[in-house]
Design a protein. Structure first.
Length: 296
């Protein structure tokens, strides 16, 4: 096992949600009781900010941004190398002969799983999914989180690739070995996940509605901040710049095929094999089936 240094491109998902004072309906029996709907956390924060006879009535989430960043030092890579084909080509004639290697198909499976371990969810009524793209020196991949649940989401893809037969010129009296080696990589780690919420809260005073207050301002007044922080974005103007942020952690694991290598070795003298050529073979992967399931 070895650690692999990655850079990360955070993918942001924006969406508009409107919440009222009534909690979102969710099947809480199917998720960990320690997880709390983020709507309820906003409500509790807003209620704790009421003062001087004010009464919380509702809040309006106008926009949400979900962002992911790699937690430094959390990523680990495991490599698996498989010899998927091997041919022996022996020329007993007195001149060079072009000898064919065996063509073949190879099927394999790739599995990706993600788990929201933040302690909060958006509830099952909302599609709060987003992707995080990670890039290494030679590979890139993405994982998708569903922040509407604390359950693990797993996707399995069955894939295959085809390697055609090739002709290898084998000199007289020589014995060559052609090997194809396929490499798979499994990567696991953790992402820091930010949920930035932009909107306002409506309070009543003497049964009359007051002017809506920004979530940003309410967080500053709240006695119970529910873990929210104030956030300001540069991608908007006016009051739309100001919001609150919830931070959590997601865990991921993914595996994928990376490359196919062909090695040509002269094994005429079995005690002293001579490697003649090693090259990466371009390969096109074809997806045969995809199966997604939720692990509770």
């Amino acid at each position: 096992m070895r650690k692999l240094m990655f850079s990360l491109v955070a993918t942001t998902m924006s969406m508009g949600l409107i919440f009222g004072s009534t909690p979102a309906k969710a099947d809480v029996s199917s998720r960990n009781s320690a997880y709390q709907d983020i709507d309820e956390r906003v409500k509790k924060m807003a209620q704790s900010a009421a003062w001087g006879g004010q009464e919380y009535r509702s809040h309006n989430i106008k926009d949400i941004e979900l962002k992911g960043n790699l937690i430094d030092g959390s990523m680990v890579e495991n490599s698996q190398v498989l010899t998927v084909s091997s041919d022996i080509l022996e020329n007993n004639l007195g001149h060079t002969v072009n000898m064919p290697s065996t063509g073949y198909e190879h099927e394999f499976e790739e599995t990706t799983s993600t788990t929201n371990t933040s302690g909060w969810t958006f509830g099952y009524n909302y599609n709060a999914s987003f992707s995080v793209l990670m890039v290494s020196a030679s590979q890139s991949f993405s994982v998708e989180y569903n922040m509407s649940t604390s359950n693990t989401h797993e996707t399995k893809e069955k894939r295959k690739f085809t390697v055609p037969s090739i002709e290898v010129p084998v000199p007289a009296g020589k014995k060559y070995k052609v090997e194809y080696v396929f490499e798979k990589v499994k990567v696991s780690g953790k992402n820091k996940i930010d949920a930035n919420l932009y909107g306002d809260v409506t309070y009543y005073y003497n049964n009359q509605p007051m002017s809506p207050q920004l979530l940003y301002s309410v967080q500053g007044l709240a006695a119970d901040k529910q873990g929210f922080e104030q956030v300001i974005r540069d991608s908007a103007v006016g009051n739309d710049r100001f919001g609150i942020k919830a931070t959590g952690i997601g865990q991921f694991s993914t595996e994928f095929g990376t490359r196919l290598t062909r090695t040509l070795t002269d094994i005429t003298d079995s005690r002293n094999p001579l490697k003649l050529e090693k090259k990466n073979v371009p390969v096109e992967f074809k997806t045969l089936s995809t199966d997604t399931r939720v692990i509770k």
